[in-house]
Design a protein around this ligand. Structure first.
Ligand code: MN
Length: 250
């Protein structure tokens, strides 16, 4: 596997602003060197999140617009475009087709398309994408030539959709919850190991009946190590190398 010996935890999708004690989480990530992308769900909370992580070595704020909030918060995107100039990280964005309302879905697609167009004007943006029941449309929207990096967060689409996303160069972030579901396990087996990243999606995902925190990505590392019959350190180093490689390329 990897020649790298550094095994470090990282969380590409964590809702810092929704945690009970964001300051303590930031402190822990910094102290333990846990690289964390603090996603946001609406442009109105980006500034506060970015101040919270100002001066941090390991934690970065992402500008996001959660698809389920598009109808209520997606009208004025001016704040989004301004924030986009101040961060490389974008998320949580995407589509959520749990709603069957065609107008809601259309509005989500329109907003996502605008966001992706803006992102494509820069290079090297790192996107963390929500795609519940909408994998095909999210993969289409980003497309095969996006000049940055697409990470499908908590992917739950079909194997066919998965293969297309792999062909397009996407990455996949895996959280502790995904490891306990049979359908996710099937998906996980089909993802090339060099496209796998870690996430918690805390505090929405819980671990031992408490909200997941970035340090809980160790649970994913340990379970993958068991499945792959490798040492945890080796798997941790390999996955961290995936993340490092992604960040290195503009
Ligand atoms: Mn999320």
């Amino acid at each position: 596997m990897s020649r790298t010996v550094v095994s470090r935890l990282f969380d590409t999708h964590y809702h810092l602003d929704l945690s009970r004690d964001p300051v303590a989480i930031v402190r822990e990530c910094e102290a333990r060197g846990i690289y964390t992308i603090a996603v946001t769900n609406a442009p109105s909370v980006f500034a506060a999140t970015q101040s919270l992580v100002a001066g941090c070595k390991c934690v970065r704020a992402a500008i996001g617009m959660h698809p389920e909030l598009v109808l209520s918060h997606g009208v004025d995107l001016e704040q989004f475009w301004l924030a986009l100039e101040r961060t490389r990280y974008v998320g949580e964005i995407g589509l959520d087709y749990v709603t069957s309302d065609p107008d809601n879905r259309a509005r989500q697609r329109a907003v996502l398309t605008q966001i992706l167009d803006h992102c494509a004007r820069a290079t090297g943006k790192v996107l963390t994408l929500h795609s519940r029941r909408a994998a095909a449309d999210v993969i289409d929207a980003v497309g095969p030539t996006f000049p940055g990096h697409a990470i499908l967060h908590w992917f739950s689409g079909s194997l066919r959709e998965l293969r297309r996303a792999i062909d397009y160069g996407f990455y996949f972030s895996i959280n502790p919850r995904m490891l306990s579901s049979a359908s996710s396990s099937r998906i996980l087996q089909a993802i090339p190991r060099d496209r796998i990243l870690l996430e918690t999606d805390g505090p929405f995902v819980t671990v031992n009946s408490r909200p997941a925190e970035p340090r809980d990505t160790i649970l994913v590392v340990e379970q993958l190590a068991e499945r792959w019959k490798l040492a945890s350190d080796e798997v941790g180093a390999f996955l961290f190398e995936n993340f490092r490689r992604l960040l290195e390329v503009a």
